[in-house]
Design a protein around this ligand. Structure first.
Ligand SMILES: Cc1cc2nc3c(=O)[nH]c(=O)nc-3n(C[C@H](O)[C@H](O)[C@H](O)COP(=O)(O)OP(=O)(O)OC[C@H]3O[C@@H](n4cnc5c(N)ncnc54)[C@H](O)[C@@H]3O)c2cc1C
Length: 380
């Protein structure tokens, strides 16, 4: 990968920021069921809530590869801050950048960069998950606005967000709307009691006769699924792919460190061949996962048409690697690995989510096999 001094410096600063402002408080986030507004403000002051945005909107202008490395830095330390970056800057920010009118971009992006407005992405519903084309939330055109009715569920940062991209349907065709929390009829309720995402303000959003001004359509009417959702999920998947690298790298470091300290049978764990096997596999998987993500990032930078499928493969593979490596890291820790004294129990829980969000692993496999069946068919 091509090195760039300015972007390298941003990554180094982000590492320092995470070391000082995030890592010491990770258990506190879990206890408090969320990251603090103060931390969000500090992230905004450093430009982290606009990492991939152009400078004109207050962004750091990280290119896709550096944005990936940046996501890994946060993903290694804290899933909550990484999730904020994924949803706010990728799913909402980059989608708005690509499809927003100049008025929409000027209105929202600088505020998002400053953390004055937090974004969330509302696609999933109680009855609609993988079959995302089939959203039940409806829109209807009235003289002066579009009226939306429905319920969104599992919306990351939904309970904190000020601005939502909401996907709604009319006669089977969906449209994306910019919905403001302040609109009458918008209510959010926190989703609680999950083994994961306790820190990310996961919400159910009720939309009851919400009147959306006509200028708040994102893209065009009926562009919802083919354009907005596809693009947003592609941005989100790229960020999740790097989240997987971060979690797996952190688990690898925990596994190695513990194996060098803990003794059984009068020896360090690291001397046992079966433990060494897990470490060898973990190192290889983490390196392979990162290489796949860097390649996807380079293709994204070149605006190569294969970037989308390579991103899909990266998301599929790194989430699988994250689950495997965090599981092995927990294995190496034995019983104490289940306690919050070590990070591996949290990493293990957080890794599993990556196989579900932004399209489950089975959905990624479907897309990858569609591609493979075309690409590798030889008429002989
Ligand atoms: C922590 C967390 C955060 C989330 N954040 C957001 C968010 O910010 N915004 C948002 O809109 N959504 C969000 N979601 C929802 C997420 O996108 C969905 O959970 C996901 O799309 C899967 O949908 P589902 O849970 O309804 O599972 P289902 O679609 O019901 O699938 C259940 C199982 O069946 C499998 N399956 C389904 N269809 C097929 C098929 N055709 N072939 C093979 N297997 C299939 C799936 O792979 C899965 O294993 C979040 C979810 C979680 C857990």
């Amino acid at each position: 990968m091509e090195r760039d001094n300015v972007q390298e410096t941003i990554i180094k600063e982000a590492e320092l920021f995470v070391k000082e402002e995030v890592r010491p408080y990770v258990n506190e986030f879990e206890e408090n069921q969320g990251i603090s507004k103060e931390l969000i403000k500090k992230m905004a002051e450093k430009g982290y809530l606009a990492a991939p945005f152009p400078k004109e909107y207050g962004g750091l202008e990280l290119d896709p590869v550096y944005y990936g490395l940046f996501t890994e830095v946060f993903g290694k330390a804290s899933d909550a801050t990484r999730a904020l970056i994924t949803v706010h800057t990728s799913l909402v920010g980059q989608t708005l950048l690509r499809f927003g009118t100049s008025e929409q971009k000027e209105k929202w992006l600088p505020k998002m960069a400053k953390g004055e407005v937090i974004g969330a992405f509302g696609l999933s519903e109680p009855e609609t998950g993988s079959d995302a084309k089939n959203v039940q939330t409806t829109w209807e055109e009235k003289e002066d606005c579009y009226v939306i009715n429905g319920t969104k569920k599992w919306i990351t940062f939904g309970h904190l967000a000020d601005l939502f991209i909401i996907i709604a349907s009319n006669q089977g065709k969906s449209t994306a709307f910019l919905v403001e929390r302040s609109f009458e009829g918008v209510e959010t309720k926190r989703v609680e009691g999950l083994m994961v995402a306790r820190t990310t303000y996961l919400a159910e959003i009720s939309l009851n006769q919400v009147c959306i001004p006509k200028e708040n359509v994102l893209g065009k009417v009926n562009y919802g699924f083919e354009y907005i959702v596809s693009a947003a999920l592609d941005y989100g998947r790229y960020s999740i792919a790097w989240a997987g690298v971060g979690l797996a790298q952190e688990a690898l470091e925990a596994m190695v460190t513990y194996s060098r300290k803990r003794e059984q049978f009068g020896q360090k764990l690291r001397n046992f061949q079966l433990v060494r096997g897990m470490i060898g596999d973990a190192v290889t998987k983490v390196h392979a996962a990162r290489a796949l993500c860097v390649r996807a990032g380079e293709l994204r930078k070149e605006k190569n048409k294969d970037a989308i499928i390579e991103t899909t493969m990266s998301k599929y593979y790194t989430s699988k690697v994250a689950v495997e490596v965090t599981s092995d890291a927990l294995q190496v820790h034995g019983a104490i690995g289940f306690t919050s004294q070590y990070p591996v129990e949290r990493l293990y829980r957080e890794a599993k989510v990556l196989e579900i969000i932004e399209g489950s692993s089975q959905m990624q496999q479907e897309m990858i096999s569609d591609y493979g069946l075309m690409r590798y068919f030889k008429r002989r």
